[in-house]
Design a protein around this ligand. Structure first.
Ligand code: M6P
Ligand code: ZN
Length: 193
């Protein structure tokens, strides 16, 4: 038996970034192509292809059962049409793995969907510790004017299943209406299923 040596990673509270990250993943709008409901607004914004979010990986737990992975995510403020910037969203490849999100900065939602299509949206701002139960697909959405930053902690062997969200989207989306975030039915979800 070899034991992993304990360690500390610093999550910089001002920037939301991890110091000495294992990996930085940047997703621009082109990486999210086809996921926003308003395809014309998406095509127009693709000309400047803004950075939508970054993931600072602190540790991946070597994808081993029993270990934890953790990272911070910074979603920048912005919209495609009236739909707020979001993360791609995924189910876990090992679907029974849960996850914990802890908001450090900004405001947004943790949008979840069960395998039978039930949608749940948790409002998050600094201090919110929101739980993704086993089997729920999850996406985060920045509904504020500043970066929305949170820590995610998950079983290192959870893995990612992007397929069904990329194909069908979420049943509900978060849009701005009269200056406020509103959860509405995704006009494209039914036609894609
Ligand atoms: C959180 C965690 C990560 C995930 C990231 C971005 O940091 O859940 O595991 O990669 O958000 O989400 P996505 O992979 O759906 O783009
Ligand atoms: Zn996850």
């Amino acid at each position: 038996m070899t034991y992993t040596t304990p360690f500390t990673k610093w999550l910089e509270l001002d920037s939301g970034k991890v110091k000495d990250p294992a990996l930085i993943q940047q997703r621009h709008l082109s990486d999210l192509k086809g996921l926003f409901a308003d395809s014309e607004a998406e095509a127009a914004l693709l000309e400047t292809n803004p950075l939508v979010y970054e993931v600072y990986l602190a540790y991946d737990g070597e994808a081993q059962e029993g270990q934890l992975g953790y990272s911070t995510t910074l979603i920048y403020p912005g919209k495609v049409g009236n739909e707020y910037f979001f993360t791609k969203g995924h189910y876990h490849a090992k679907a029974d793995r849960a996850e914990l999100y802890y908001c450090l900065k900004g405001e947004g939602y943790l949008l979840m969907q069960s395998p039978d299509g039930e949608v749940n949206a948790q409002s998050m701002s600094a201090g919110a510790g929101s739980y993704v139960p086993p089997y729920w697909g999850h996406r985060t959405v920045n509904t504020g004017q500043e970066p929305f930053v949170f820590l995610a902690v998950y079983p290192a062997d959870a893995g990612y299943d992007y397929g069904s969200i990329a194909d069908k989207g979420f049943a509900s989306i978060l849009v701005e209406k009269e200056g406020k975030a509103e959860l509405v039915t995704n006009p494209n979800a039914a036609s894609r299923s």
